[in-house]
Design a protein around this ligand. Structure first.
Ligand SMILES: Cc1cc2nc3c(=O)[nH]c(=O)nc-3n(C[C@H](O)[C@H](O)[C@H](O)COP(=O)(O)OP(=O)(O)OC[C@H]3O[C@@H](n4cnc5c(N)ncnc54)[C@H](O)[C@@H]3O)c2cc1C
Length: 522
């Protein structure tokens, strides 16, 4: 380690870039090494067929921390929204239900459901704000201070103080909210929604928010908890998600960070019991004052560091870290505006979902437990070109859909399964948009195995690993590597495998920068 050695960040996804920008703004020398030919990770825009561009991983912006967007002046650096505050249109055989948070724009809903929806959404937002806190250092100042004091990864046990902070914040919710959170905290969404609401359509729509990106059905324990990840408003960045990460790269460079693309790291250099640099695939060695990895935890610890530098118990935890993805992505190039039954053309650019009721969602999940997929998948659909015509040739459109419950470890493999899933998905789409098949110019389906290859995420998992209570907050990704630290000096984590998990949020990157700044002197 030399004073001149930069802090090396592995991966230029959004979290790596956020981390780089905060470290550089604090005066540290920063070098980002991105394996791909462009930055962005799973938040990129790509031409998937001539003339048609799409957000090829994440396709909706709903969780980006506004404080990060402000701090890093992302609007100045190129981030603009083509549309914000998208409605959710729950497609149905009959009239769609159109929601925007607690607002019901149209559809059949009883007065009781409308009232209950308001209370439900408000509570979800309060709980979501609470869960975003632990590990962020953003809590009550005395705990922040203590958090720094005990933030010693060698204890392998940074849990007590964040837990105290969490308990304190839960108490501050007030008696009613606290009681309700303790009651529903580990409950499944099926029972909770069934208990609260009458409309099958509404229950299906709300259930989707708890399971998208996870390997959970509405009846799975903890599905209430995962629903808190999606309590934000939906937006479409102009130019696709690549504009978000493009603006982050500009912000990081403006702050003084250096970003090198096409620079895959093959391993970490370890001297004694400290990480002292990285070695690229090319053989080039780069010394580092610290290494911050945004690669997923399995890649970071098992591939880049190597199990020989880990104690057996920690290596076992990482091996058992659940990270098999369960979502696929469909991109369609269309020669016109798709017509969805009951959806006026002006609404086609909203967030469209296929989750007509709770049992449909649960039934779509069931085969995934046995390494199969349902012929009636759950879908989240966007047609971003409705608001952002630059994504497709004049008069034409791109459709992007997340296909929920496509297990990474499909029993007969994805070479055989890809076309089957494509046809099943098109059949479901055709049920709601009867003329769609005839409009398709080209189609691309990315299975979890494709997502793994394209984004270098082990298992192709949206969150770099399942978001479940045993892999969350001070236990994320595993005990001994929480709080953005690792069980070896000189190594930190800043990707979706750290708290608060996946989604284009940026907090993992910012929080990791705070931890590194507390440890690595300029
Ligand atoms: C199909 C799908 C749909 C999604 N939809 C949404 C959505 O609509 N909205 C939303 O908010 N989120 C969504 N997500 C989740 C979101 O995209 C991710 O959680 C988020 O992009 C993770 O960001 P990250 O920076 O932590 O990691 P990543 O984006 O995975 O970035 C990690 C970077 O590290 C690089 N890297 C890995 N290994 C190496 C190495 N050895 N050397 C150098 N570089 C390396 C990778 O190339 C990558 O660029 C979706 C995810 C998927 C897969």
């Amino acid at each position: 380690m030399t004073d001149a050695a930069p802090i090396v960040i592995i991966g230029g996804g959004h979290n790596g870039l956020v981390c780089a920008a905060y470290l550089a703004r604090a005066g540290r020398k920063v070098l980002v090494l991105e394996a791909s030919a462009e930055v962005g990770g799973a938040a990129v825009t790509r031409e998937f067929t001539p003339g048609f561009r799409v957000s090829s991983g994440a396709h909706l912006l709903y969780a980006l921390d506004p404080a990060i967007a402000r701090d890093l002046r992302l609007a100045k650096h190129g981030l603009a929204l083509a549309r914000s505050g998208l409605d959710t249109v729950a497609l149905a055989d009959g009239e769609p239900l159109v929601l925007n948070g607690a607002i019901v724009r149209s559809g059949q809903l009883s007065d009781a459901d409308r009232t209950e929806l308001g209370a439900y959404v408000a509570r979800q937002r309060r709980y979501a704000a609470l869960l975003a806190k632990p590990g962020t250092g953003a809590g009550f100042s005395v705990f922040r201070l203590l958090g720094r004091m005990v933030n010693n990864r060698k204890t392998e046990n940074p849990a007590p103080v964040p837990l105290l902070q969490l308990a304190f914040d839960v108490r501050r919710l007030g008696r009613a909210d606290m009681r309700e959170l303790l009651r529903v905290g580990t409950m499944n969404l099926y029972d909770l929604l069934d208990d609260r609401f009458e409309s099958p359509q509404l229950k299906g729509a709300l259930a989707l928010d708890g399971v998208l990106g996870a390997k959970l059905g509405p009846r799975s324990g903890q599905s209430f908890f995962t629903s808190l990840q999606r309590a934000g408003a939906y937006a479409l960045p102009r130019g696709g998600m690549g504009t978000v990460t493009g603006a982050l790269a500009v912000a990081a460079r403006a702050a003084g960070a250096t970003i090198r693309i096409s620079s895959p790291v093959s391993r970490l250099a370890v001297t004694g019991d400290r990480v002292t640099g990285v070695v690229l695939d090319s053989g080039e060695e780069i010394a580092a004052s610290a290494v911050v990895s945004s690669a997923d935890p399995k890649t970071t610890f098992l591939q880049l560091l190597g199990a020989r530098h880990l104690d057996a118990e920690f290596a076992r935890r990482i091996l058992n870290y659940r990270s098999l993805g369960c979502a696929a992505k469909l991109h369609l190039a269309l020669d016109g505006v798709p017509g969805f039954r009951g959806v006026p053309a002006a609404q086609v650019g909203e967030r469209l979902i296929v989750a007509p009721d709770l049992d449909y969602v649960e039934a779509a999940f069931n085969p995934a437990k046995y390494r199969e997929f349902s012929s009636s998948p759950v879908l989240e659909i966007t047609v971003p070109s409705m608001h952002d015509p630059g994504l497709a040739p004049a008069g034409k459109h791109v459709l992007s859909a997340i296909i929920q419950y496509a297990p990474y470890d499909l029993a007969d493999g994805w070479d055989a399964g890809r076309d089957r899933l494509l046809q099943s998905t098109l059949n479901v789409l055709a049920r709601y948009a009867p003329g769609l098949r005839a409009q398709i110019v080209d189609a691309e389906l990315l299975t979890p195995v494709d997502l793994e290859r394209e984004f270098r995420i082990t298992g192709g998992h949206w969150h770099h690993g399942e978001l479940a209570l045993d892999q969350y907050m001070m236990l994320r990704p595993v005990r001994g590597a929480a709080n953005y630290s690792a069980p070896i000096d000189g190594l930190y984590l800043c990707g979706a495998g750290s708290h608060p998990g996946g989604g284009v949020i940026g907090r993992a990157g910012r929080n990791a920068a705070r931890v590194v700044l507390g440890k690595v002197r300029p």
